[in-house]
Write a protein of this length. Structure first.
Length: 117
């Protein structure tokens, strides 16, 4: 089976729609050789992530939470703060990561995601 590369242009499109398209391609669902238990030789290149369209409503509502493991350790950060701190590419990668099943194949599939500004 030959390696396949999917290129997605994110200019003017919303974050979730581009991320779901990338996640579907990473899982191999666009391939005729799709198998749930294997990582297919598929790489996904997402271009123009800086030009993603994020609605004002999403900027106001979306928060990212993580727990440090200590008492009172629930940390929250809003989407604009996350973009300012880590960049839109990190936010996009986290969005796609949340759409990939949580199993042993996850890390291998995420290595096939390439994000270009």
């Amino acid at each position: 089976m030959k390696p396949t590369t999917y290129t997605i242009d994110a200019t003017g499109r919303t974050l979730g729609r581009v991320a779901s398209e990338a996640a579907s391609a990473l899982l191999g669902k666009k391939s005729v050789h799709f198998m749930k238990n294997e990582i297919l030789p598929v790489s996904v290149v997402v271009e123009n992530v800086e030009k993603l369209s994020i609605p004002e409503r999403r900027l106001g509502e979306k928060t990212y939470r993580h727990f440090t493991g200590h008492v009172g350790g629930l940390r929250e950060i809003t989407l604009p703060e996350m973009i300012a701190k880590k960049g839109i590419a990190y936010v996009f990668k986290q969005t796609v990561d949340g759409m990939i099943p949580r199993n042993k194949l996850r890390n291998g599939r995420m290595k096939n995601l390439v994000i270009k500004g």
